[in-house]
Design a protein around this ligand. Structure first.
Ligand code: R5P
Length: 280
């Protein structure tokens, strides 16, 4: 953005509590805090809250929080009686520490974000990295590939990618057992024999969803298959699971730092702030 970047001093006390010190010029300024909230989520969220509250306390005129990966955004509905709506909790706390604008990338559900935005006094901006990921794939042999969403609710992600890759798009239907976490996928017949294909998802966590989708594509004779996502949490055996399912390529952005972070979202965020937030 061509503005001053001010590192924030932080360390952990022996008992695990965070220490934060902001030494940059804050009073009267618009402050943009950049803090992804990938694991360890609780600690990183707490640090984000501490930075926002401190910026406010030091006289910041406006505070924006960039949380490229927004933790807890998947539990946005009460699937079982008595469940905590974590997205709502996180939004309430973000509001409480004085954040005016929250910028996230491919946060789980646009509809749920709009619903919590109604309840809290925070403007929420949800950017999509799918076109950037597709651009990257286009330059690495996937031009004209078929774009697939592993869930009908996320078809907009495959559609956004297909506008770049140009090979059409579709979806499989995912069902997750709410108690055991087991995933079942209904695989539609697609005309992809001998074609390249890409599965686009917002998150890879255990890799179960991605592995089932890749398997479904390979099972129908797809040639090269890429497993692409915005946030690669890649817990436990996720990478192995996806490779064993037949993925030829794994690609993600840098919202979560990992060996597959081939696409940077820095430009996307900077351009958005410059053109939409009116603070630079
Ligand atoms: C869920 O609806 C998301 O879009 C992802 O598909 C999901 O979080 C991936 O999780 P996992 O890698 O554990 O299957």
């Amino acid at each position: 953005m061509g503005v001053e970047a001010s590192p924030v001093g932080h360390r952990l006390f022996p008992d695990g509590e965070s220490y934060i010190r902001m030494t940059g010029r804050v009073e009267g300024e618009a402050v943009v805090i950049v803090q992804t909230t990938a694991p360890e989520q609780d600690r990183r969220l707490m640090q984000a809250f501490m930075m926002a509250e401190t910026a406010r306390d030091l006289g910041a005129e406006r505070v924006a929080l960039v949380a490229p990966y927004l933790a807890y955004s998947r539990q946005d509905k009460r699937f079982l009686e008595g469940e905590c709506l974590t997205l709502d909790v996180v939004m309430g706390l973000i509001e409480c520490v004085g954040v005016d604008d929250l910028i996230a990338i491919d946060a789980h559900s646009e509809a749920s974000l709009r619903a919590v935005e109604e309840k809290h006094n925070v403007r929420v901006h949800n950017l999509s990295a799918m076109p950037l990921i597709a651009e990257h794939l286009k330059g690495t042999g996937f031009d004209g590939a078929y774009s697939l969403s592993p869930d009908v609710g996320a078809i907009h992600q495959a559609e956004a990618a297909a506008r770049v890759l140009g090979g059409g798009c579709g979806f499989f239907e995912k069902e997750r057992d709410r108690k055991t976490g087991e995933i079942r996928m209904r695989v539609e017949d697609l005309d992809i024999e001998g074609r390249n294909a890409v599965v686009f998802d917002d998150i890879i966590s255990s890799g179960g969803t991605m592995a089932k989708a890749v398997e479904g594509l390979k099972g129908q004779g797809a040639s090269r298959v890429a497993a692409a996502c915005t946030h690669a949490l890649l817990m436990d055996e996720a990478e192995e699971r996806i490779r064993n399912a037949g993925a030829d390529v794994i690609l993600a952005t840098d919202t979560v730092s990992n060996p597959f972070s081939g696409v940077s979202v820095a430009g996307l965020v900077a351009d958005y702030i410059r053109s939409h937030l009116n603070i630079v």
